[in-house]
Write a protein that binds this ligand. Structure first.
Ligand SMILES: Cc1cc2nc3c(=O)[nH]c(=O)nc-3n(C[C@H](O)[C@H](O)[C@H](O)COP(=O)(O)OP(=O)(O)OC[C@H]3O[C@@H](n4cnc5c(N)ncnc54)[C@H](O)[C@@H]3O)c2cc1C
Length: 203
């Protein structure tokens, strides 16, 4: 069964339509955006001259654009310019321990985005993207921190990725054990996982 359509649904494309567990697929922008806004790390994949490369990166979402940044010479961001990019963000919500080894799983909310990298050259958008990335880590922080200097801007590359082609996949709830395993003497259930901010340590 496929998840029912909801407001703001973007129809899945040939490559974003979930084939495995399609009932876990969500394509509405609100869900995709909420997962991206809660996550902190994107795994960004490109096809380099030496084969596929996937690197973890900070990011921020502004409206329907995902911004990535790095050093001006960042190899992945350079290769991603005007080239196919796939970025994923995963929120891990729990460990799912079933009675059988086979049915062990994870509870999660994840997003996969496909697009073409666009290098941000415009200074206003460059500053906006960098501020958004700082604010994504700590809300309101860009207004407190010293803004980037002209030379810091020059030494930073920003890549934009449109969020038009994205899918979300979510799993929640208990393990799905086979009836035949109901009396197997192993504990079964979920262990929730959360990422929490600790007590700040002043520098
Ligand atoms: C934390 C975590 C751990 C996982 N561990 C495993 C594992 O060990 N083994 C395993 O087989 N699977 C695992 N999955 C699920 C995995 O991400 C795939 O969904 C699954 O493997 C199906 O792959 P497929 O190539 O058949 O996907 P298909 O259903 O053919 O994928 C088609 C399209 O659906 C979308 N899609 C697929 N998966 C996701 C996703 N997770 N999030 C958002 N969009 C998606 C993409 O746009 C993709 O191009 C895990 C997922 C998460 C979040």
């Amino acid at each position: 069964m496929t998840a029912p359509p909801s407001d703001g649904e973007s129809p899945p494309t040939g490559r974003t339509r979930l084939r495995r567990h399609p009932e876990r697929g969500v394509y509405d922008q609100a869900t995709v955006h909420a997962i991206l806004d809660e996550g902190l790390v994107a795994h960004v994949g490109i096809l380099s001259d030496q084969g596929p490369v996937v690197l973890p990166m900070a990011y921020a979402r502004v409206a329907s654009t995902l911004y990535l940044h790095g050093a001006a010479g960042n190899a992945l961001l350079r290769a991603a310019e005007d080239a196919p990019v796939c970025a994923t963000v995963t929120l891990l919500d729990g460990l799912v321990l079933a009675r059988s080894a086979f049915h062990h799983s994870l509870n999660y909310r994840s997003v996969v985005v496909y697009g073409t990298g666009r290098r941000v050259g415009d200074e206003d958008e460059h500053r906006l993207a960098l501020a958004a990335i700082v604010d994504h880590v700590a809300a309101g922080r860009s207004a407190e921190a010293r803004p980037p200097s002209a030379s810091e801007l020059r030494s930073t590359r920003v890549l934009a990725l449109d969020l038009a082609e994205a899918s979300a996949k979510t799993r929640s709830g208990p393990p799905v054990d086979d009836e035949a395993d109901a009396t197997w003497p192993a504990w079964s259930g979920t262990i929730p996982l959360t990422l929490v901010r600790g007590t700040p340590v002043e520098a």
